[in-house]
Design a protein around this ligand. Structure first.
Ligand SMILES: *Cc1c(COP(=O)(O)O)cnc(C)c1O
Length: 242
C-alpha cells in the first residue's frame, strides 16, 4: 500500500474491487448476483480496520486466532455495539479453546472432528442462538493436514446434526494454493462434490465456503457460496505464518 494513500479510502477501493470480482464471477458462471457472500478475513489487522470496513457496509468477519479474535470482538462490541458484526471462526481448533470460541463467535467453519463439535455444542450458552457451523474438508490429500478426509465428512455431519446447540450449514475448505486455474477449479469441484454428497445423504446444507483472494473466480465457478478474503481487502499481512 502506498504510504501516502489514505488508508480508509484504500480499504474502500479494495472492498469495491472485491465485490466487483464476486459479481463478475457470478455473471461468468451464470449465477444470480448475491448468491455468493463475502467473509472479510481480518486476522492480524486491528479493530480499527474492521470498523472501517464495517462503515463501508461489510458485516461478516473471519478470524483464525482465538486470543487475538476475542480481544477484537470484545473491543468492538463495547465500543461499537451499533455495528452488529457477525464473527466466523476459521482457524485450527484446539480442544482447550472451544469455550472461548463458543462464547464469542456466531459461526465456526473449521470443525474437523467430533470431539470439537461436541465441546462447542456443550459450551454454547443457552441464551445465544445456536452456532452456525461447517465441516472443514481436506481436498488436498497429503499436502494438507487440516480438515476432515472427504470419506469421513458424512459421519461428522450427522454427529453435528444430532447436537442441540449447533446448526450444520455446509462445508469449508482451504485447498493447497496454486496459480494454475485448472488446479484451482479441480480442487473447488472436489469441495462441491463433498457438499453434493451431504445433500444426497439428506442433510439440509446451504453453504460452500471456499475461495480466498487468489482463487475467488475459480471457487465461484465451481459453486462456492461464500468466499473468505483477507489480502485483497486489507493488504498483505505482516506475519508470515498467515
Ligand atoms: C487467511 C485465510 C483466508 C484469507 O486468505 P487471503 O489469501 O488473505 O485472502 C481465508 N481463509 C482462511 C481459513 C484463512 O486462514
Amino acid at each position: 500500500m502506498n504510504g501516502t494513500m489514505d488508508e480508509a479510502s484504500a480499504l474502500q477501493r479494495n472492498y469495491k474491487e472485491v465485490l466487483d470480482r464476486i459479481a463478475a464471477a457470478c455473471r461468468a458462471a451464470d449465477r444470480p448476483p448475491g448468491s455468493v457472500s463475502l467473509l472479510a478475513v481480518s486476522k492480524t489487522f486491528g479493530a480499527d480496520r474492521v470498523a472501517a470496513l464495517a462503515a463501508a457496509g461489510q458485516r461478516s468477519f473471519g478470524e483464525n486466532y482465538v486470543q487475538e479474535a476475542v480481544a477484537k470482538i470484545t473491543a468492538l462490541r463495547n465500543e461499537r455495539p451499533d455495528l452488529r458484526l457477525e464473527w466466523h471462526f476459521i482457524g485450527p481448533i484446539q480442544s482447550n479453546k472451544t469455550r472461548l470460541i463458543a462464547e464469542h463467535f456466531d459461526w465456526v467453519q473449521s470443525i474437523d472432528r467430533e470431539r470439537i463439535a461436541e465441546r462447542l455444542s456443550e459450551q454454547r450458552a443457552a441464551d445465544r442462538p445456536p452456532l452456525q457451523v461447517c465441516v472443514q474438508v481436506n481436498v488436498s490429500g497429503e499436502a494438507s493436514k487440516s480438515g476432515c478426509a472427504p470419506a469421513d465428512v458424512i459421519a461428522l455431519a450427522r454427529r453435528i446434526v444430532s447436537l442441540p446447540r449447533l446448526v450444520l450449514r455446509g462445508v469449508m475448505a482451504i485447498p493447497e494454493p496454486s496459480e494454475d486455474v485448472a488446479i484451482q477449479r479441480g480442487q473447488a469441484a472436489r469441495v462441491r462434490g463433498v457438499f453434493d454428497d451431504l445433500r444426497a445423504a439428506g442433510l439440509a446444507v446451504d453453504t460452500i465456503s471456499n475461495g480466498m483472494s487468489a482463487d475467488i473466480e475459480s471457487a465461484i465457478a465451481e459453486g462456492s457460496t461464500m468466499v473468505r478474503v483477507g489480502t485483497a481487502l486489507f493488504g498483505r499481512r505482516a506475519r508470515v505464518d498467515d
